[in-house]
Design a protein around this ligand. Structure first.
Ligand SMILES: Nc1ncnc2c1ncn2[C@@H]1O[C@H](COP(=O)(O)OP(=O)(O)OP(=O)(O)O)[C@@H](O)[C@H]1O
Length: 381
């Protein structure tokens, strides 16, 4: 370490940027390209890594998805322009095992999974993180919009400065050990426009590239097509029933439905009906009026706790937090009552709609992420 450096560098290390090796997870999109370019221009020892997550020649991939051939090319072009090494790693089998298989199995079990969380917690922050360590890196940086803040008890996870871009919901499962190693240089960036301006300032070829949308391996959001391909014949037809069990119609398989869904039921005529729950064993889709969607209590499992102090030692009445039960929902007041080291009952102050098994329930205290868990059951189940 140089004698003249006694302050922490921008990534929080007590050495010069040149002495700090950082692996940047490069999707080929504008965000992670800017992270890599910015860190390189600050003098860091940058190594770019792009993961090939699925066979982009196969029907699963869509044009413009994060790991299509074009994106690998784009990431490499950024590395060439900025002058740092870039590697493409074949993570297809890991992605298949940790993310795609779970996605298909959960839909078949009547749940509504969030594959981006599974990808972050396994492929990126377990597998890629250990590869980064093997490459001798001091940290792993991504283009996620979320803030990492040094707190009195270690690094904390906070919502991004730009609420419209915030990705904290998808990162709730990041463990304290992982959080110690990862960096999110874009978390404090005010807007995406600012990121694009940085890309243009570095002369990056991806400055105007469109944002990625949907789930990367699901073309055009047609997830049922993907599941049919992965598990041919597994989606079996069944009945659509009302809350009293009266048969209103038939359906081609529970994988086509998600809790809260109103469109595409093909039944009704009267008041609008929503999917209230899915019963995969009986192959039934249960529908009811909107009023039946409200959920006040839910059980969560696989809890990841990022708050100060042990999770199980909650104050009387539980942890008072705000929870998001879907990525699209605003935080709502709730109490989290631990029922084990990694499980809890969540009691919402007001009923929430669209609470689906398989989704994440993320705990917040103001802008700080205190962790979260996977929704296992609701009072409606
Ligand atoms: N195939 C990949 N290889 C390496 N890193 C990836 C890959 N896909 C995503 N990432 C990393 O995860 C971050 C978040 O992924 P996400 O799919 O949300 O990207 P995004 O918001 O579209 O950002 P970007 O503009 O960088 O693609 C990326 O910024 C990048 O650091």
């Amino acid at each position: 370490m140089s004698d003249t450096v006694n302050l922490l560098n921008s990534l929080g290390f007590a050495k010069t940027p040149a002495e700090t090796r950082v692996v940047v997870a490069m999707s080929g999109g504008v965000d992670s390209s800017v992270v890599a370019a910015q860190l390189k221009s600050e003098g860091y020892d940058v190594v770019g890594v792009t993961l090939q997550l699925y066979d982009h020649g196969a029907a699963l991939a869509r044009k413009g998805a994060c790991c299509a051939g074009r994106d690998i090319h784009d990431a490499r072009a950024v590395a060439d322009r900025m002058g740092f090494p870039h590697y493409v790693l074949d993570y297809e089998s890991r992605f298949r095992e940790s993310v795609i298989d779970d996605f298909a199995d959960q839909y078949l079990a009547g749940a509504t999974p969030v594959p981006c969380v599974r990808c972050n917690q396994s492929v990126k922050f377990r597998d890629l993180l250990s590869t980064a360590r093997e490459l001798g890196a001091d940290c792993l940086a991504t283009g996620h919009y979320v803030r990492r803040v040094e707190g009195a008890h270690g690094p904390q996870l906070h919502r991004a400065a730009d609420p419209a871009r915030d990705q904290s919901y998808f990162l709730f499962a990041t463990t304290p050990e992982q959080l110690a190693y990862v960096r999110f240089p874009l978390g404090g960036v005010a807007t995406k426009a600012e990121t694009r301006a940085m890309a243009a300032a570095h002369g990056l070829p991806v400055a105007d590239k469109a944002d990625s949308q949907d789930i990367c391996f699901v073309p055009g959001g047609r997830y049922a097509d993907v599941i049919e391909k992965l598990r041919p014949g597994a989606a079996e037809p069944g009945e659509i029933v009302d809350l009293e069990g009266r048969v209103l119609g038939t359906h081609p398989g529970v994988i086509h439905y998600t809790v809260g869904q109103r469109r595409g039921l093909g039944v009704g005529g009267g008041a609008p009906l929503h999917v209230v729950r899915l019963e995969p064993r009986a192959r039934r889709v249960v529908v009811g009026p909107r009023a039946a969607l409200g959920v006040s209590r839910l059980a969560v499992g696989e809890v990841n706790w990022l708050g100060d102090g042990p999770f199980e030692r909650a104050p009387d009445g539980g942890w008072r937090v705000a929870v998001r039960v879907r990525s699209t929902r605003p935080p709502a007041p709730a109490r989290v009552l631990p029922t084990g080291p990694a499980s809890a009952e969540v009691v919402l102050a007001e009923p929430e709609e669209g609470v689906a098994p398989g989704q994440a329930c993320v705990f917040y205290a103001d802008g700080r992420v205190l962790g979260g868990g996977w929704i296992a059951r609701r009072d409606a189940d």
